[in-house]
Design a protein around this ligand. Structure first.
Ligand code: ATP
Ligand code: MG
Length: 571
């Protein structure tokens, strides 16, 4: 059992429930469908869905689709897929665009209350009037339009009478506020663009703060959890919720009842936590999109991408990701996490759960001359050294084997424990062998080793425990299945690819060795893998059967992570 997680948000929820402020809690995860989810979103998903579940509440998946130009149903589908893959199920699936009619009625209410006005300033003028951090802004000359004129203009905006950018609907708050977000922020803008959910129905679209706060209120969200950059927006969030006051104005949500959507408006509370930032990667959707569009990676699900689709294909498991974010916990302090912390969590998870297999990535033939040409036997290997419940498997053994080229040295360096001419080494689970002959081609390249298997050293024999320095892995040449193995490494070769030092950008820091493809041989039980099954290839690392390309007849494996951290040594 994991210890119960403690953090400031859970404490607030606990207090709210204890004080009877809510009978039960409701959260939401609100991604904008303008790209694929990435590692950073895991923290938000774990927080939103995890807290709801821990306290017996529910969590909605809400697609925050108020910015039509960049949104696409492809992303909507991928987001659902990713949330489910992480092991979470939403209460209701909603789109912010489901509430466009409510937002519109709420805006009319704000106008009638004298809390909103139609403004004709251009974007540039609005900037000019806004003031700065040290100087107050100035009131728009359109701020004192009558309610009737505002209602009329707002209707005509909605009818599509005006071109993009000609007018905005603005909240009437305080142009002198120390918080610039409160200086009469825009609530609606004109944009004649089709929307992925509502088509051509709307030529005006609500702004983020307005739509987000009201969406939360409409859905009856009790705790609206988000990242720290929204802290300065909280006063505006509260302003929108309070001024519209959906909980006491059921007439505003009549359009939803007509659509059959259940209604339970609330006064939600926004709480911010710090973003998850990792070195050796970039996580903004915009930059990830550029990597894809410019062909620097093979799509959103390239196993080097920090997108959830990418790391899933890389062999990251939902349990490793959840352990990772749980260990980091939630705080108000922004920090940068070392990528090796993530990799170590994956190693730990796969070490505990992934069955072992043997694979040879750079094959060199080794012929055991004292075995008969037709010699063939089946050895039994444990699937996992620490987990008996995983059982055993058959491994064929015969006269000709593949071993790693790297496990043989004609002239060994100091401290070498593996095979040398005339030397002995243990073949994992099969006995002790000696190398008698090194066969070379006309160019002097080693093409084959020939040697002797000590018959007294076979498993179960008395000589099986005889001491030799090294143990190497192998596969039977006659039975091995050729496989494509993709050796992935970090996508960027520097810790901070986002730093724009010396006029460079993240594109200049791509790791040229982040993908290497080799023709390997794997034991039959590895070829039999189902897509997405993970293994430890003994002595090599953790690998996963590729989700898209793997077939038992033509196996394809991706390296998820090496056995040991090879990066901290470099740093
Ligand atoms: P990006 O900047 O990558 O485009 P975003 O914040 O615009 O990300 P959204 O789709 O709007 O992405 O995010 C949905 C939710 O996920 C938001 O609540 C946001 O705060 C949260 N989130 C996004 N990135 C991170 C991160 N790195 N760490 C924690 N939460 C995040
Ligand atoms: Mg966003």
């Amino acid at each position: 059992m994991r210890p119960a997680t403690q953090d400031f948000i859970r404490q607030i929820v606990r207090d709210d429930l204890a004080a009877g402020r809510h009978a039960s809690i409701k959260t939401r995860f609100p991604p904008e469908p303008n790209g694929y989810l990435h590692l950073g979103h895991t923290r938000a998903i774990w927080t939103d869905f995890g807290i709801a579940a821990e306290f017996g509440g529910v969590c909605n998946l809400r697609l925050d689709d108020t910015n039509p130009a960049k949104e696409d149903p492809e992303y909507v589908a991928a987001i659902q897929d990713d949330v489910r893959w992480l092991g979470y199920e939403w209460h209701d699936l909603r789109h912010a665009s489901d509430y466009f009619e409510v937002f519109y009625l709420a805006a009319e209410k704000l106008i009638r209350q004298g809390d909103a006005f139609v403004c004709d300033l251009t974007a540039e003028q609005v900037r000019e009037y806004r003031g700065t951090l040290t100087e107050p802004g100035r009131n728009s000359p359109f701020r004192n339009r009558s309610v009737e004129e505002n209602l009329d203009l707002f209707h005509r905006m909605r009818q599509g009478e005006f071109p993009d950018g000609a007018r905005t609907l603005r909240a009437k708050i305080d142009m002198a506020s120390g918080n610039i977000n409160l200086r009469d922020p825009a609530l609606y803008r004109i944009k004649h663009v089709a929307h992925q959910n509502t088509g051509d129905a709307w030529p005006i679209y609500p702004m983020y703060d307005y739509a987000h706060s009201l969406s939360d209120a409409v859905e009856g969200i009790t705790h609206s959890l988000c990242t720290l950059e929204f802290e300065d927006h909280r006063p505006l969030y509260d302003w929108c919720v309070d001024k519209v006051d959906l909980a006491r104005h059921p007439e505003l949500i009549a359009p939803l009842l007509d659509k059959g959507l259940p209604f339970e408006a609330s006064k939600p509370r926004q709480i911010e936590f710090s973003r998850l930032n990792l070195n050796y990667t970039v996580m903004s959707k915009r930059k990830l999109m550029a990597l894809v569009n410019d062909g620097l990676v093979d799509g959103w699900d390239d196993p080097r991408m920090p997108s959830l689709q990418g790391i899933r294909r890389r062999g990251y498991t939902p349990s490793a990701l959840k352990t990772f974010v749980q260990r980091l916990g939630l705080s108000k302090q922004n920090s940068l996490i070392d990528f090796s912390v993530l990799e170590n969590t994956l190693r730990e998870d796969l070490d505990a759960h992934a069955p072992r297999r043997m694979a040879v990535l750079a094959p060199l033939k080794f012929v055991l001359t004292n075995l008969d040409e037709k010699h063939e036997e089946t050895l039994r290997f444990a699937n996992h050294p620490k987990d008996e419940a995983q059982g055993e498997r058959n491994i064929p053994f015969s006269r000709e084997l593949w071993i790693e080229r790297d496990d043989f040295a004609e002239v060994p360096p100091k401290g070498w424990k593996r095979l040398v001419p005339g030397g002995e080494v243990r073949l994992r689970g099969a006995g002790i062998v000696r190398c008698d002959e090194v066969v070379k081609d006309a160019n002097g390249e080693i093409v084959e080793l020939r040697g002797w298997l000590d018959p007294e050293s076979r498993p179960g024999m008395e000589g099986a425990d005889r001491k030799v320095k090294g143990t190497i892995h192998w596969v039977s040449a006659r039975h091995a299945v050729p496989a494509e193995v993709r050796l992935y490494d970090r996508l960027f070769s520097v810790a901070n690819p986002d730093s724009e030092a010396e006029g460079k950008t993240y594109r200049d820091h791509l790791n040229p060795d982040s993908r290497q493809v080799v023709r390997a041989y794997v034991e039959p039980a590895a070829a039999d893998a189902v897509p997405e099954q993970s293994f430890q290839f003994e002595r090599l690392g953790y690998f996963v059967a590729d989700r898209k390309d793997h077939r038992s007849t033509t196996p394809v494996f991706n390296r998820s992570v090496t056995l040991r951290d090879t990066w901290s040594a470099k740093a």
